[in-house]
Write a protein that binds this ligand. Structure first.
Ligand code: NAD
Length: 337
């Protein structure tokens, strides 16, 4: 008998419930037996339970094969709760944030021929959230460890080898942040020496931002620290067609969750007009992670066909279809494969 996969679904905030619902509809036609369990995190969990990441949510994710995560909202500034996304990454030790970027057929983009992966360290750096206020000053501690840098570097080189990629670029700012970025840079260079089949180079983060804007085709795999990876990801998404199509995986040695790069887009909430493509591409990554490589590839191809046809695309891509129209179009394509 075919296995029934258990997938925890954080519905999230803003457009989260809409795009996760759309994804569940489309995944219904993927030809697998999947049991979805909806769980709460983020602002909605805070309002309901006074806890942005209830223990029940963590337990259900731990007992599932993987988690699909809608975006969660975090109010800015002091006094509000810590981001549920960042907390979940730290609790589950999901140290690798994998963000692949490429052009998609039919999606207008600033550059063509882009095929890049950002491998972002996901548990350290400034996102460790160690901050203090002392008098009129606010201080933040940037934590970079040898062990953390070593495992993310190994992850990046293994990914490059597995995906037959040619080069890994370490992105840092070791000329200014001499201790933290200095350590990261030296550890990654040490790991690179163990992968002679993969080219290695390095770039300062400001130069990398410029290269992404001008000639992103030069870059293959980036390995970088937490904050730099977060910022550069939105830039690359912009270069290949926008946040509406950019997926990601948060992976550790035992658990993983899959989410769009974008946030909860509050101004679209309740309108059912947000683009669900990014979280759908993320769920294709999730299918491959649980071992259903063929289903993941077929699902991704179905999303691409709907984008290419351009008849059922959402407003951010120049169409006028709703979130569920897009999902149903993908489901239709899946039925035919
Ligand atoms: P955002 O990604 O939500 O929105 C940026 C812009 O892109 C907005 O104009 C938005 O309308 C548009 N956009 C984003 N996704 C879209 C989609 N699928 N379809 C159509 N348009 C889309 O970023 P923000 O406004 O900076 O953040 C809003 C909230 O999201 C904040 O509370 C932030 O903390 C949260 N956030 C969560 C995550 C996460 O859960 N991983 C990531 C980023 C931001």
């Amino acid at each position: 008998m075919a296995k029934t996969y258990k997938i925890a679904v954080i519905t999230g905030d803003g457009i989260g419930p809409e795009i996760t619902e759309a994804t569940i509809i489309a995944l219904g036609e993927v030809g697998l037996s999947i049991e979805f369990t909806k769980v709460f995190a983020g602002l909605s969990a805070w309002e309901k339970y006074g806890d942005q990441l209830p223990q029940e949510t963590i337990d259900i994710i731990k007992s599932s094969d993987a988690c699909l995560k809608g975006p969660t909202q975090t109010p800015p500034g002091p006094g509000s709760f810590k981001s549920a996304t960042v907390t979940l990454r730290q609790i589950l030790d999901l140290y690798a944030n994998v963000r692949p970027f490429k052009n998609h057929p039919g999606v207008p983009s600033i550059h063509k021929g882009v095929d890049m992966v950002i491998v972002r360290e996901n548990t350290e750096g400034l996102y460790k959230g160690i901050e203090y206020t002392v008098g009129d000053s606010a201080l933040g501690i940037r934590v970079i460890t040898k062990a953390g840098s070593e495992r993310i570097a190994r992850f990046a080189f293994e990914l490059a080898r597995r995906e037959k990629r040619r080069k890994v670029t370490a992105v840092h700012k070791a000329n200014v942040l001499k201790e933290t970025c200095g350590l990261f840079r030296n550890v990654v260079a040490g790991v690179a020496a163990r992968y002679p089949d993969i080219q290695f180079d390095e770039m300062y983060v400001d130069a990398a931002a410029m290269r992404i804007a001008m000639k992103p085709q030069d870059i293959d795999v980036i390995v970088t620290t937490n904050l730099f990876g977060d910022v550069l990801s939105d830039e690359v998404a912009g270069v290949v067609g926008g946040l509406g199509i950019a997926p990601s995986a948060n992976v550790g040695d035992r658990y993983a969750f899959f989410e769009a790069i974008h946030g909860s887009a509050p101004k679209h909430a309740g309108k059912w007009d947000a683009n669900p493509a990014a979280i759908m591409f993320s769920s294709a990554m999730m299918l491959r992670y649980i071992g259903e490589v063929d289903a993941g590839n077929r699902f991704e191809a179905a999303i691409d066909r709907v984008l290419e046809e351009g008849k059922t695309i959402t407003r951010d891509l120049g169409g006028n279809a709703g979130t569920l129209d897009f999902a149903k179009a993908v489901a239709e394509k899946m039925k035919r494969t």
